[in-house]
Design a protein around this ligand. Structure first.
Ligand code: ZN
Length: 137
């Protein structure tokens, strides 16, 4: 089941400059930064009452984030939902005709298992399901 909004991913060109800008805006510092090899990105996370804002920058030219920025510029990239059983949530989506980018979960940031749904099936919104490792079912 999907239980909450986990994070909003924002595609940025320059992670350091964007961190500064969002720090000023939110009045807090980012609390976490990591490179996610499966997505070829480096992220910086801000927590607003438990909802994460994830600034996401490409680490290589063939990163999905680089392709997104080349096509559409910086901006909101995806919305991620916390799942308490990601495999069954993916199956449920598939059974309802939703096209998946990740047929099964892959390792994401914050030690979560993640999977993306294809925006052509979701009204143009790139959605991500994510499940903290300890809650795998
Ligand atoms: Zn994400």
């Amino acid at each position: 089941m999907l239980t909450s909004i986990n994070h909003i991913g924002i595609a940025v060109k320059d992670l350091e400059a964007s961190k500064e800008r969002y720090s000023t805006l939110f009045g807090i510092d980012s609390f976490h930064e990591e490179t996610v090899e499966t997505q070829k990105v480096r992220i910086a996370s801000f927590s607003l009452n438990g909802v994460l804002i994830e600034l996401t920058a490409a680490t290589s030219e063939d990163s999905p984030i680089a392709q997104f920025i080349n096509k559409r510029g910086e901006g909101i990239h995806h919305i991620a939902f916390t799942s308490d059983a990601i495999s069954s949530d993916l199956n449920n989506a598939r059974e309802h005709g939703i096209k998946l980018i990740n047929e099964s979960p892959v390792p994401g940031a914050h030690e979560m298992q993640i999977a993306f749904l294809h925006p052509s099936s979701t009204g143009g919104v790139l959605m991500e399901f994510c499940q903290p490792q300890q809650e795998q079912k």
